[in-house]
Design a protein around this ligand. Structure first.
Ligand SMILES: [Zn+2]
Length: 329
C-alpha cells in the first residue's frame, strides 16, 4: 500500500538499475580495483574499505548525475573537474606538473610514481583523494572531519561510513547478489502497481510494489546492505530501511515484527531474515489489520542531496527469476 519513508521523494520515470551481472570480467575489475585500494592504503594508512567507500560513493553520484559528472573511464570512480585537479587559478588547465599544481592548490598528486599528476591515471586520482582526506589524519574521527570538509554534507559522510562498514564486513567489492524479499517457495503474489494513486493521509502516489503473503511469511534482505532505519512510522507501520553500496535505499513496510537479532547499523546479506509479513500501519504504534497482510517494498536512489523512488517491479521479477532458477539446480 501507500507509503513514503519520510524524506522528499520524486515520482520520476523508472530509473535503470546500475547493477551489472556478475561476470568474470566484473570479478577482474573488482580484484584490480581492490588492489589499488590496498596500494594507496599502504601509502597513506587509510583503511582500504574507507577508500573503497569514497570511490563507490563518488561513482553513485556520477550514476545519478551523468550530465554534471561524466563517469570517468578506468577503475576509479572519484570525480575531479580539470579545474579542481590543476587548481582554480592555474592558467594551464591541463597541467600535469606536480609542483605547479601544488602551487595553485589543485587536488592533483602523483600516486603512480611517474612524476606526473595525471587525471586519467587511476592511481593518481585515488592517491590525490586519499592525500586530501589525510590532511586531518587517518583515524576514524579525522577521516570523518575531512569528508565533511570535502563534501560539506553530513549525508555524504553518513553514506561513506555506511559503505565502509559493508566493505569491511565482507572484505570484498563483489556485493551484487540479491534475493527476493520473501522465500520464492512461499505463497505470495504481486503485480506492478507503481505510481497508482492512494488516499490515506492525503493524496500520494504508490512508491513501491506490494507483495501479498500470509501473516508471518519471512521478509528478507534483498541486498548486501546496512540497516539505516528501523521502527514505527504512521504510514509504514513497523518498517525497516536498508542502504546498499549502490546508494539505493530498500524500504520494507507493514511488518508484523522484526527479527530480534537485528538493530540499526547492522550489516546484512541477501536472504537474511529481517522480519515477518504483517499489516501494521495507518495509525499509532501497534495499529494493525486495516488492510490485508502484505509487504510494501520500495526502492529509492540518492543523488547526494535528495532521494527519489523508482519502480522496484522489474528488479523483483529479476530476483525472483534468478532464485527460482538457482533453486532448480
Ligand atoms: Zn504498498
Amino acid at each position: 500500500m501507500l507509503i513514503g519513508p519520510g524524506f522528499q521523494t520524486y515520482a520520476t520515470p523508472t530509473q535503470a538499475s546500475s547493477e551489472r551481472p556478475s561476470t568474470t570480467q566484473q570479478q577482474d575489475v573488482y580484484a584490480e580495483r581492490k588492489d589499488l585500494f590496498h596500494k594507496v592504503s599502504a601509502l597513506t594508512g587509510i583503511p582500504w574499505y574507507y577508500l573503497a567507500a569514497v570511490d563507490q560513493y563518488e561513482r553513485t553520484l556520477s550514476i545519478a548525475k551523468p550530465k554534471k559528472r561524466p563517469p570517468r573511464e578506468g577503475l576509479i570512480g572519484i570525480y575531479f573537474t580539470e579545474l579542481e585537479w590543476v587548481g582554480l587559478l592555474n592558467p594551464d588547465t591541463e597541467d600535469r606538473n606536480v609542483k605547479s599544481i601544488a602551487f595553485f592548490e589543485g587536488y592533483g598528486r602523483d600516486g603512480s610514481g611517474d612524476g606526473k599528476a595525471d587525471l586519467s591515471n587511476d592511481l593518481d586520482v585515488l592517491f590525490s583523494m586519499a592525500s586530501h582526506i589525510l590532511a586531518y589524519g587517518n583515524k576514524d574521527d579525522d577521516l570523518r572531519i575531512a569528508l565533511w570538509e570535502h563534501y560539506q554534507n553530513t549525508r555524504s559522510v553518513e553514506r561513506i561510513e555506511q559503505f565502509a562498514k559493508i566493505y569491511a564486513t565482507y572484505n570484498t567489492l563483489n556485493l551484487n547478489d540479491h534475493a527476493f524479499p520473501v522465500p520464492v517457495r512461499s505463497s505470495y503474489s504481486f503485480r506492478s502497481t507503481w505510481g497508482a494513486g492512494r488516499s490515506w493521509g492525503g493524496y500520494r502516489i504508490h512508491e513501491g510494489t506490494d507483495i501479498f503473503a500470509g501473516y508471518g511469511t519471512p521478509v528478507r534482505s534483498t541486498c548486501y546492505g546496512i540497516i539505516e532505519v528501523k521502527g514505527w512510522n504512521p504510514y509504514g507501520g513497523w518498517r525497516i530501511g536498508l542502504r546498499d553500496t549502490q546508494n539505493v535505499y530498500h524500504y520494507y513496510a507493514h511488518l508484523q515484527g522484526f527479527d530480534k537479532n537485528i538493530k540499526e547499523g547492522d550489516v546484512l546479506k541477501p536472504g537474511q531474515v529481517i522480519g515477518w509479513v504483517g499489516s501494521s500501519g495507518y495509525g499509532k504504534p501497534g495499529t494493525s489489520g486495516k488492510f490485508p497482510p502484505h509487504l510494501h517494498y520500495g526502492v529509492y536512489r540518492d543523488n547526494g542531496w535528495t532521494e527519489w523512488s523508482f519502480d522496484p517491479y522489474p528488479l523483483l521479477k529479476r530476483w525472483e527469476r534468478s532464485e527460482r532458477k538457482a533453486s532448480r539446480k
